[in-house]
Design a protein around this ligand. Structure first.
Ligand code: PLP
Length: 392
């Protein structure tokens, strides 16, 4: 059996989305061209933009297409930082952001901006009070992710948004993991800039969106043509835009049903693992958590060994974040929860999606049980602990 439990890294393209995209993948016509080919493409892009806007509660002119979540995050942070640099150089964000935000902040720091990184509790959530305390006279942007990609914690976005609106500070949220899993209304949530990415909800890869509320100052990143109302240059990616609208429409329409199915598997998985495998713990809380996320530390063994053994059995999971795996640094997110370095090193993310089944879930627990037992039997650390406990 092959089981894909890495839906936070990317999801498969929905066949219904591919069907919608196909005519535009095959067609000629640059949406910026004045002839009928171009006009037809532009009409379809306009329609897609309208549909996306109505699905997230904004107007079409506030929707900008980018190359993905990473570009949207870069644009939001660097764009606002540049536009408001005369008013201040201080930005508030969190310790658990995706590298697309954290590494952009590191670059802004090199350029002379000051960044405050707010911490989280053991449940992985930022406190609104901590955000309030971090804000200063010269704060020009607050950026807090909607839901975390490693341990699934959902942040109090509406409350942080309300505070920022009151203070007149632009508020950005990276909603890449939340979109498709949580109903999002940017106006109700007081969000000024919001990033998301199609391939995380069964849309095409290489396309994302940045919502910029009308009136928010945000400089352009890319220079070139006048696409996206002069704010984001580059030939319009008509097929991917059409695909994004369809993927988002389906994700929103089928959200409840998908979430119910995904949560049932994820809960069953966590229950069985915590009951049947000794010395392991769930990272993050249970209440405000993405329905598909389970992140578990297995004491005395390395996450990478678990990942590779599961892979030999056809099971795809992730250790740390996909973006930082390959490096030997423990996950900054698991450390931010207050876990020890060894616990961060032994953590695995299992991310469930709508295509998974209960049968697969049980198969993964069975293989996991065997894997952990085998790896621990080779671990001198575990042997020592075992030895100790027999004398206690
Ligand atoms: C995947 C992800 C990104 C990056 O999006 P891409 O479209 O792959 O560039 C950014 N933030 C979060 C939280 C993500 O999960």
């Amino acid at each position: 059996m092959r089981v894909y439990l890495d839906n936070s890294a990317t999801t498969s393209l929905d066949k219904r989305v591919l069907e919608k995209m196909t005519p535009y993948l095959l067609a000629d016509g640059n949406a910026s061209s004045l002839h009928s080919y171009g006009r037809e493409a532009q009409a379809e892009v306009d329609r897609a933009r309208e549909e996306i806007a109505s699905l997230v509660g904004c107007s079409a002119k506030e929707v900008y297409f980018t190359s993905g979540g990473t570009e949207s995050d870069n644009w939001a942070l660097r764009g606002v930082a540049s536009a408001l640099s005369k008013e201040g150089k201080h930005i508030v964000t969190t310790k658990i952001e995706h590298p697309a935000v954290l590494n952009t902040c590191a670059e802004l720091q090199r350029q002379g901006y000051q960044i405050t990184y707010v911490g989280v509790g053991a449940d992985g959530r930022v406190s609104v009070e901590d955000v309030k305390k971090a804000v200063r006279e010269d704060t020009i942007l607050v950026s807090v992710m909607f839901a975390n990609n490693e341990m699934g914690a959902i942040q109090p976005i509406e409350e942080i948004g309300a505070f920022c609106r009151e203070e007149g500070i632009p508020f950005h949220t990276d909603a890449v993991q939340a979109m498709g899993s949580i109903k999002i209304d940017v106006k109700k949530m007081n969000v000024d800039l919001l990033s998301f990415s199609s391939h995380k909800f069964h849309g095409p890869k290489g396309i994302g969106i940045l919502y910029i509320r009308d009136g928010i100052k945000c400089d352009r990143l890319l220079f070139g043509g006048e696409q996206e109302r002069g704010r984001r240059a580059g030939t319009t990616n008509t097929p991917a835009i059409v695909g994004t609208a369809e993927a988002l429409r389906l994700a929103v329409a089928e959200m409840e049903e998908n979430n119910r199915h995904i949560k049932a598997m994820r809960d069953h998985f966590i229950d069985r693992v915590l009951k049947e495998i000794p010395a392991c713990k769930l990272n993050g809380g249970t209440e405000h958590r993405l329905v598909g996320n389970a992140n578990i530390s297995f004491d005395y063994i390395e996450g990478e060994s678990i990942l590779m053994t599961l892979d030999l059995n056809g099971i795809a999971v992730s250790s740390g974040s996909a973006c930082s795996s390959g490096s030997l640094e423990p996950s900054h997110v698991i450390l931010a929860l207050g876990r020890k370095e060894e616990e961060a090193h032994s953590s695995i993310r299992f991310s469930f999606g709508r295509e998974n089944t209960m049968e697969e879930t049980d198969y993964v627990v069975d293989v996991l049980k065997e894997t952990i037992q085998k790896l621990r039997s080779w671990s001198p650390l575990f042997q020592a602990k075992e030895g100790e406990s027999t004398y206690v």
